[in-house]
Design a protein around this ligand. Sequence first.
Ligand SMILES: O=C(O)CCC(=O)C(=O)O
Ligand SMILES: [Fe+2]
Length: 975
Amino acid sequence: MRRSHRKERSPGSVEDEMESEGDLSDSGGTQTSSHQDLRSSIRSSLKNIKTPIAFAFSAVSSSLPNPGLQLLDHRVIGLPLSPDDAQKIISLASPSPFGKKEETLVDESVRRCWELQPSQFSLKNPEWGEAMSIMLDSVKTGLGILKGTGKISAELNKLLLYEPGAFFKAHTDSEKGPGMFATLVVCLPSPHEGGKLVLTHDNEKYEFETALSSNFSTSYAAWYADICHEVLPVTSGYRLMLTYNLIWTADSIVPSHNIARRHVQQLSTLLQQYNSQLESEENELPPILLHKLYHKYTEANLQFNLLKPRDLVQVQILSELSAKVGFIIYFATLELTVEKDEECTDYEEKSQQLENIVDLDGKLVVKDFDYPEGAFLDPKPQDGRKADEVHRQGWTGNEGCPVTYWYRDTVVVLVPPAKQLEFTFHFSSKGKVIEPLFSKLIKTFSEDAAQKPKLEKLCELALKQKLTWLDCPYYSTSQSHSDFEKFLENTPLFFKQAATTALNFGYFELFDIASKRTNDKIMLMPDIPQKLGCWVASKGFTTMKDRLMKGINVAPSISEKVKFLESVMIGFEANLQDSSSTESFDLKQWSDTALFSAISQLSTLSKADGVSLGKLHRTTDWCLFRSSSMPIIERTETVVKIAFTNEFMSTFQHDLNQEQRSFIEPIICSIWRNFAFDSSQSKSVSNNAHIKDMVKGNDLLHILENTITVLPPEYLETAVIPALLNAIPSSSKECAREVFIEVVRMIIKNELAGFKLPTAASVPPALHKVFVQALLVKFLIENVGLEPKAPKDWSLPAGSCNCSDCTKVNNFLRNPVQQSLDFPCGKQRRLHLHQQFTNVSKATYDVVTVRQRNPNVWRITKHRRGYETSKSNWLKNTETAVETFAKLKNDESVNGKLEMYLQPYYSIIMKASVKELPDLKHLVSTQETSKNVCLAHNSEISQADFKGLKRGMDEVDPQNHGTAKRTREFDGTEV
Ligand SMILES: O=C(O)CCC(=O)C(=O)O
Ligand SMILES: [Fe+2]
């Protein structure tokens, strides 16, 4: 368990429930004398928030009685109101006036409504009094008037009747006597439409729609005296209202909306004060505040929507406030652990931590968090309270009797703006980050220019966080593609986000930190190269040069280096004001040179790199390409050279100019001088890389065609085919499986340049035949092999111990016919035998103890499972090979060709009979005819070799005068 053991100071002895609830005197906006006071003021201010702070309230009730409305002439008015009764009322009523300053006016453009004075009607139902007190109770709660703070009474004001077209424009009610603090209106059952009452305060709107329940129910609404309101026109029916003045009958201050809001305003002031003190001075204030909720919530029900009413009110207000003053609020479980010793009362060790910090929707933000000193606003949970969990360890000798108590509370976590950065990083406890908060802050700060200093700080904190992954000494400095994938996967999102942001906002020093810590891998993240390009355009090339170089160097393959530079170019061009500027030209030229220098630093090139390099002549200056790629390509293996050549040649469609020809010719020659199907480098890396980096059928197809394009046809017979043949014995098993069958298929289908027969009836030359035979012989040797030899009898090598028991067992092992031995003996002797005969490496026997008899039987049984498996594998492989060859035979375009190629070994090969096959080395060497071809093991394209080779060929083809000349041109290059 991770626990920080720390003694915490008490936040002060604040007596919780003893504060008078409505008392505001101690905690107004006055400057607090100490931090202690500030915290306790915040706390008591919070305590005072117990009811919703509403400026208006309304409710509907179907159970309220009919008030028993009677007019002066004793006519009783039935409810719901009938049109006849409405007319009776109107006949007695007068148009409603309204007050303007001292005057009382009647003006139908401001108010149209009929009214009766209380003297013109009475409410006869004796139950109406009770109904009134029910309404007053709910109005009190609704308006946030604290229980026990005072009494209110209602004074009947008017009976109002709105006929269609009646309304009352926006106004505030005039104070009709001392103590009046609010208005109550009761809408009696009388169907109507329109007539909505709309109240507004501080841009907040509250609507009371009387029409909705007007058929049969009574509804009522109340609002504080200073609230502006209007009644929209009634569109049909009659709207019948009783209006009351609400009077405050206690001595205490008359409640008003402002007073109710004052607790909140006060809290808001205190929180702002707390935040600005944190920002401005050296102080000992805690960086966050924790406020205890009344109820304890389980992990599952800790979210705003599931809060109990009392907590709900507080959290609602806190969350509104937080939005205004920039605090962030969360829920969490506060766990306090107290360890005591019942023997030694002095000993007490406390540790505390926040568990499961969640946001208001209950979404987990962080699992556990060591909260800072002094953050808890309320008294310590353990003060006079029963622990939620107790664990007694019992006597542990001289260590006494330790007891552990756990106290758990649900708290609101208040994070002030001043400490949000630090909070995000758990107050810099290394490597811990609250990612959702981090992302949120990055977003907010990025969008607000005034927050730039905070944004920079946030990036700095993130980029300097200790990270197990990056800081581990084994963090890879190699540059393979899989390494970059690992980097993307393991580097936390916040780090990557911070690096990207740092670059976007031009915090170059911070970006360089990210670059250094990731061994420059950060350069390859999406958007980074393009952004670097933008900066080149705006800050100039020199400022960004080193960073660009890092990016080019860290990109693991040529294609990724090219991609990096292309992205840089896109960003650069998009941000360049004047695209014809010299800066543009310089960047392109520089990046081409830089690219080649980065490529030349790659320790090995893959086949894919060969392709990428072969493409580069299309986008770079020819001279640069020629002089830079030659030294790179001449160091590479055959497979890379082939990929390069094939890609290079694919552009020209056999139509090379002298320059290109003289460039590629020596490369092709060097391919055939050192030909190998496998890449020796990738062989050692991984099986996958190995299979990828082999000379495949298609590669061979194209390189043969390209060889013919550049070199005279005789070259195939004298150099190429012997080189191919020569490469067969040393090629790998995988190669034999993946490539050889494919090559044979191409040959017999007459597809492979150099092996094509002029007519269907032509007999293949001996060299071609041997080549095809050698490919299949190698295939069989590697993929089938010789039949595994069965053991000649059951005898096995004996063990080394010569005790009498072991001697018996050894005799059994040596015995050529006996397969199993039962050895009844006691435990000790069995143990010895086990020691001698179990876990013997390569043992081809099993040992068990049989328990049915007394003494138990030690049983040893010989087996031949190893042989059996290899035999069955061999049979399977033979079968597969036979099938493969049969398919090959069916594939050929002219039947019988395969047989022609394989004679005299046709039937042996077709039945995959390895034991009858000719010796491969012998087969290959007897046919190695081209004595004049240099098969030097020297991998360099040496000029001497090249000339020698050429001379040989010139002899073969006296017409080819151009060759010697081209050679001289080649000599002139920087190779
Ligand atoms: O009819 C109503 O709903 C409100 C009446 C009113 O605002 C008033 O009498 O001052
Ligand atoms: Fe009014």
